[in-house]
Ligand binder design. Structure first.
Ligand SMILES: Cc1cc2nc3c(=O)[nH]c(=O)nc-3n(C[C@H](O)[C@H](O)[C@H](O)COP(=O)(O)OP(=O)(O)OC[C@H]3O[C@@H](n4cnc5c(N)ncnc54)[C@H](O)[C@@H]3O)c2cc1C
Length: 377
């Protein structure tokens, strides 16, 4: 077992940290306040080659491993979790699905520009009656000659309205069996794809979250992703990997809150001594444990090993840790911790969301226990 980073990974972390501090951090508080999505940041990430980190170079990717990708998400989250979720949904949900299930033609048409940062991706699973219970979805796709006609709606779509490429799950064969849905690649501008209102949120406020409606949306049959009826599996497998991104995000948020407390403590006479030391060392210990769980899941994914259980464990632990660490950070900073300028109040709001999306932490416990029990049989 090696607990060391390659020089390429170290180099990447350094570059991303610098980019995060100079390009992302300066506007992070203002974007949060105004709930302003900044497409220019995605464009800059694309120019640097970071919008397709784990995909093969033949498809415009960086050819790096998932550990490197997790480190990038973590470093961005350390200053702005809205930026990291934009990249995480784009990479580990939308692009991953096309990379894994797409035809060569779909990879050329969609993955190539997505990896190059020319097209942004989104993932559309949640509906008003189907959040944790994704199998209860009602959006339908009806075959009509060389097209599928999609009707229904999706909620809480990250990158909604801004993205050019939407992975949409819809029931194609409801009479056959439960959870029988199919995945589609829907493009911005297709007739019948209607963008709803942008949600106003507690946290992750400068990422867009939007309802999408499909009213007779005609999608060419060649945009079907994977076989008919395989959508549920694609959706769940995408989330397995997506959770590594959210675990990395939560680790970065926790680290950012700790950074802020340490900086505050250095300047505040009242915040020193054994009690402060005890608090920050405990925070650091939990963050390091979250980091190791996250990296383990990312490493397993890169090695082609099973990673569903490790990803769920990492997501559960890292997101709970982020909330605990951020609460402690606010407390340690006292009244200042309640102010916008402290940064830690934003980190706390952002951390809370990591316990909810890509499967709530209650659902992670179910996923973990099912996998544990199946291993012991
Ligand atoms: C900022 C943000 C961005 C998002 N982005 C996306 C996106 O890009 N694409 C997308 O498809 N979705 C997205 N979501 C939706 C997100 O994945 C869902 O909110 C999440 O899966 C939970 O579903 P729900 O909100 O319907 O809650 P519900 O499923 O209604 O759950 C409500 C509560 O009941 C609990 N619960 C439900 N079932 C069980 C059970 N069986 N056992 C124990 N407890 C249970 C839950 O844990 C939760 O505490 C986003 C959400 C947010 C907040």
């Amino acid at each position: 077992m090696h607990f060391s980073y390659t020089s390429a990974q170290q180099d990447m972390r350094k570059k991303v940290r610098e980019f995060a501090l100079t390009r992302v951090e300066p506007t992070s508080a203002e974007r949060d306040e105004l709930e302003r999505f900044d497409r220019g940041i995605f464009d800059s990430l694309g120019e640097l080659g970071w919008t397709g980190i784990p995909w093969p170079q033949a498809f415009g990717g960086g050819g790096a491993d998932f550990l490197t990708y997790a480190m990038v998400i973590e470093e961005l989250s350390r200053v702005c979790a809205s930026t990291s979720v934009m990249l995480s949904v784009h990479t580990s949900l939308a692009s991953w699905a096309i990379h894994t299930y797409g035809t060569d033609a779909q990879k050329q048409t969609f993955l190539l520009p997505m990896a190059g940062g020319h097209k942004l991706g989104a993932y559309c699973l949640t509906e008003s009656e189907s959040g944790s219970d994704a199998g209860a979805m009602r959006t339908t796709a009806t075959k009509d000659g060389d097209f599928y006609v999609i009707d229904g709606s999706k909620l809480f779509v990250t990158n909604g309205g801004e993205a050019e490429v939407y992975i949409v799950f819809a029931v194609t064969n409801a009479m056959n069996k439960p959870r029988s849905c199919t995945a589609f690649i829907v493009e911005k501008g297709m007739e019948g794809l209607i963008f709803g209102t942008k949600e106003k949120k507690l946290g992750i406020r400068s990422s867009t979250t939007m309802e999408l409606r499909f009213e007779g949306c005609r999608v060419p049959a060649e945009n079907r992703l994977g076989p008919d009826g395989e959508g549920f599996r694609i959706a769940m497998r995408s989330l397995d990997g997506g959770r590594i991104g959210i675990a990395a995000q939560a680790t970065g948020i926790g680290q950012g809150a700790l950074d802020a407390v340490v900086a505050y403590g250095a300047g505040a006479g009242s915040l020193s001594g054994e009690l402060f030391d005890a608090h920050i060392s405990e925070m650091a210990t939990h963050i390091e444990a979250a980091r190791l769980l996250t990296y383990q899941a990312a490493w397993r994914k890169s090695q082609g090993l099973s990673y569903g259980k490790q990803a769920a464990i990492a997501k559960l632990f890292a997101s709970d840790t982020a909330v605990k660490v951020c609460l402690r950070a606010v407390q340690l900073c006292g009244a200042w911790g309640c102010l916008k300028e402290s940064k830690v109040e934003r980190y706390l709001r952002d951390a809370k969301v990591t316990q909810i999306y890509e499967g709530t932490n209650e659902i992670q416990r179910i996923v973990i226990s099912r996998l544990l029990l199946s291993e012991s049989m």
